[in-house]
Design a protein around this ligand. Sequence first.
Ligand SMILES: Cc1cc2nc3c(=O)[nH]c(=O)nc-3n(C[C@H](O)[C@H](O)[C@H](O)COP(=O)(O)O)c2cc1C
Length: 325
Amino acid sequence: MTGFEFVRSFLCVSIIDSTEKTTVQVFPPEYMGVVAKPPPPYIPADISVIGFLQRVIIVFDQNIQPPKMEFPMSNPVIERIHQHGSVRHYKPDPVSTDLIKTIVAAGQCASTSSNLQMYSVVVTTQEAQRFQLMGLCGDQAHIGQAPVFLTWCADLSRLERVCEMQGYIAESGYTENLLLAAVDVSLVMQNATLAAESLGLGICCIGGIRNQSQAVIDLLGLPRLVFPMCGMTLGWPERAPRIRPRLPLEAVLHWEQYQPDDRPQLLAYDQAMLETGIYSGRQVSDGEQKFSQAYGWLEHSSRRVSKAYRTELRQRLMDAGFEMK
Ligand SMILES: Cc1cc2nc3c(=O)[nH]c(=O)nc-3n(C[C@H](O)[C@H](O)[C@H](O)COP(=O)(O)O)c2cc1C
């Protein structure tokens, strides 16, 4: 019995994930599988109910192991990479300044376009500010729980200062500049992730940092040409995270020419994801908040990308000086 099935035996829980914000409704079992918005009365779950139910689900789901990914060769680094799982439950223990510095310094060793290093990271450890960030990122509880929050930023401002020092005028307003910085940010984040995980820490990337980017810019005092691209929680995992299987290698790996005929791999992956139970009780709303029995990666991803999110971002970027000419 999966944790979700267990919970379902006495309560019906619908956890609807929309724009990376999780909302939960708890209602009697007779509505299970019918609609996600049954007639009242139903209990709007408060955070303690959600926490309890999530714990029950996790305890019972610990037996479900994702299919093992195949990789022809291995070493300790590759093994560690394959153990990645986003951590959303943290112990309250602090992370030392030395650990944070070690992780960011490892991040800095990533490749960077022309060694321009177009990124900065703002570390938040103070509880008051972490809770403010949690509010700005869609009230995701694990942000308040993690002792450290990192805001990874595209940073073209440093190079403007460099140009000033050298008597040049920086051409920062092109789309290429934004893409350079975005790729740099991704690489530094991933290196930092690996460093953190190798030290026993856990992370979760937070795209919710772009929900209210202007408020984040104001809160963190980011100057013009510095933009919050992605947040990251950092802390000591309360338990080992679940590992989400990835697409079959053949779906993403193309030899010489792109092969668009990936339906068999997509269907196989959908089945594998269904079997993990990862989406049990956790469905992206399809607008009508319809509950779907057969909800795997295909349905989840389709629902996710058939809606527009954060539509004001182009304007926010332009306001911050990223003109995208
Ligand atoms: C750019 C980016 C933004 C993300 N934003 C969030 C977020 O706001 N909240 C969250 O819980 N997870 C977030 N994630 C984590 C993803 O959901 C997660 O990486 C994905 O489901 C794969 O699971 P795994 O990391 O456990 O393997 C984000 C990941 C990335 C790369």
